[in-house]
Ligand binder design. Structure first.
Ligand code: PHE
Length: 354
């Protein structure tokens, strides 16, 4: 198993800022992957991990994902992400103190990195962090209300599913199509509502089965136990929780024609993109289809109006149309096409800086 030192030594990112909060026994990791295109912006994940090295590994992988996401969006931002690896779920004063400490760490970077909500952190947490630094997006102080990227990420996934349906079935009607949503949280819930309105048949799964059941009752959806999710018959599988759900074990079980969801780092390894392609499953690259929140958050913080922000998020549909068309032309996995686009944009950025 890798140590924290080994992970840092092996990483191709720029740097990692680390501190330890003795009061709670939590590790703070801020991983800055690539600032070629601009200062880093990426969410704060608060979670428990088997070891602190697992937390760091997650931060590094997620930071790299953000580099790809900003490049694919064509926005002048760099890839970075934070992980606060706490020994247990923290609430109240304890959480607040830890967030202040984290905020001071972000502040010390003086704008090289800014954070926002991600799994395990909320717009309200961003408001707390704003006590220490302006470089946290997620709370609208003028209107005193949350700026939640979740519904925008959901909208991006929804329009991305339409592009995927056209590619595979020749039409983008959700009627008669079954979508399996894995994880009904900040993104999964608004996504499920939108799909339900569009006429899709929904199957929901969540490690918290009560959550899945509650939403399923509201929407007339079915609930699938987590262990049965991969083999569950569906047209679209939408991973909307943790990463690495697409791997050598799960891919052979899939019955879907499309994988299109909001989770970051859906592929356990690069080869899984090709594995999906080999099985005839269309994969909408995660950092493209889940970029709605990233597209929206800085714009909302800057006070852009709703229509402008929504329009930007809807652009994901066109980007995916292009990627799918190019992938088809080259008979390659869309993950390969998307990666080439990102590398080209980063190379142009590097050339521009010289
Ligand atoms: N955490 C979400 C994501 O990975 C939303 C987000 C985007 C948060 C950009 C902060 C910055 O896309």
């Amino acid at each position: 198993m890798d140590s924290v030192q080994q992970l840092i030594a092996d990483w191709d990112g720029e740097f990692v800022v680390t501190s330890f909060d003795a009061d709670t026994g939590s590790w703070i990791f801020i991983a800055i992957h690539d600032t070629t295109l601009g200062p880093a912006l990426g969410g704060l994940r608060m979670n428990t991990y088997p070891t602190e090295a697992d937390g760091l590994r997650d931060a590094m992988r997620l930071a790299e994902g953000m580099t790809h996401k900003w490049a694919a969006l064509g926005l002048p931002r760099g890839g970075g992400k934070s992980v606060v690896a706490a020994p247990r779920k923290l609430t109240g004063d304890t959480r607040c103190k830890l967030l202040h400490r984290y905020g001071r760490t972000v502040a010390s970077l003086r704008g090289t990195y800014a954070c926002g909500p991600d799994l395990g952190s909320t717009p309200d947490d961003m408001r707390t962090i704003n006590d220490e630094t302006e470089h946290a997006h997620g709370w609208d102080h003028r209107r005193n209300q949350p700026l939640d990227p979740g519904p925008y990420t959901a909208l991006g996934v929804f329009v991305g599913m339409r592009a995927s349906l056209r590619q595979v079935f020749g039409g983008d009607d959700f009627g008669g199509r079954t979508v399996l949503i894995q994880g009904v949280g900040d993104v999964g819930i608004p996504l499920a509502r939108q799909l339900s309105t569009a006429g899709a048949t929904l199957a929901l799964t969540d490690i918290d089965e009560a959550r899945a059941t509650q939403l399923a009752t509201e929407l007339g959806a079915s609930v699938v136990p987590p262990e049965a999710a991969y083999a569950h018959p569906c047209d679209i599988y939408a991973p909307c929780a943790v990463g690495a759900t697409l791997n050598a074990t799960t891919i052979p079980q899939l019955t879907c024609r499309i994988v299109a969801g909001s989770a970051n780092n859906q592929l356990a390894e690069v080869a899984d993109g090709t594995r999906l392609h080999g099985r005839g499953i269309l994969y909408a690259p995660d950092y493209v289809i889940n970029a709605g929140g990233a597209a929206a958050l800085p714009a909302l913080s800057a006070g852009s109006d709703e229509a402008t922000v929504t329009e930007r998020v809807r652009g994901i549909e066109h980007t995916l149309d292009e990627i799918f068309a190019e992938a088809r032309e080259h008979d390659e996995a869309p993950a390969t096409t998307a990666r080439r686009r990102v590398e080209r944009i980063l190379a142009e950025g590097r050339a521009g800086r010289r």
